[in-house]
Design a protein around this ligand. Structure first.
Ligand SMILES: C[S@@+](CC[C@H](N)C(=O)[O-])C[C@H]1O[C@@H](n2cnc3c(N)ncnc32)[C@H](O)[C@@H]1O
Length: 214
């Protein structure tokens, strides 16, 4: 199985944290408050598993899926250090399209996951993730914000392209403009209930979108 993060996976979490001045970790966990102990969460492209581990601490049953064995190795190393995990965590080293538990999850989270796919594929991925959510459950997308107009939009684009230029050069991630993530959540058959923005100096740079499956 292709491990696109073999050489750069080790620094992923800490660099994202520093680069965003702590906003990215906050964005990743923002919508966990909508989960209750005993519910089922799937984290797609879980990486180092910030939200997956926090959910397990809350007593949630977590399935973390990632194509990269390197990323899952880092997730497991963090998990091993946690003494207070109430729930359980199943880690699956596989392509998300091989997860076929349709309609089984109370929440599916895609944090900084849809951005690795090119424009021609991203709606197929978003639709598959929404298909894994049970009716009335949640589809959560944490991402770079869709650029506004003017100077704000220019800075938002620079913030995105600095990150994607590095990751498209070093991993399998595709180089593309910022996707319309709110549009993708809607198209996948979810109603948007809430959006939280994560700002630096008042500028919206990241957002967490809470979609509810109809
Ligand atoms: C940009 S990283 C985001 C990681 C994590 N969600 C975070 O926010 O830190 C994208 C992750 O998706 C994983 N990935 C990419 N394509 C995948 C696929 N088809 N199925 C499962 N995981 C995939 C990569 O290995 C990587 O860990």
């Amino acid at each position: 199985m292709k491990d696109g993060y073999k050489w750069v996976g080790f620094q992923y979490e800490v660099t994202g944290n520093i680069y965003s001045l702590g906003r990215i970790p906050k964005c990743k966990t923002a919508m966990l408050k909508h989960l209750k102990p005993g519910e089922k969460l799937l984290v797609a492209g879980a990486g180092h598993g910030t939200e997956a581990i926090q959910a397990a601490r809350m007593g949630v049953h977590v399935t973390a899926v990632d194509l990269s064995a390197t990323m899952l190795k880092h997730l497991n190393a963090r998990l091993d250090k946690c003494m207070d995990v109430q729930g359980d965590m199943t880690c699956i080293n596989d392509d998300i399209f091989n997860i076929q538990d349709l309609g089984k999850f109370d929440m599916v989270i895609a944090n900084f996951f849809l951005n690795v796919f090119p424009e021609k594929r991203v709606d197929e991925v978003a639709n598959h993730l929404a298909d894994l959510v049970k009716p009335g459950g949640y589809f959560v997308v944490g991402e770079f914000v869709f650029p506004q107009k003017g100077i704000a939009g220019l800075i938002q684009k620079i913030n995105w392209y600095l990150a994607i230029l590095f990751y498209s050069a070093t991993t399998e991630a595709a180089l593309h403009p910022v996707h319309d993530y709110a549009g993708l959540v809607r198209q996948s058959g979810c109603e948007i209930l809430d959006i939280e923005y994560f700002k630096i100096l008042g500028l919206k740079l990241y957002w967490s979108i809470l979609g509810k499956k109809k």
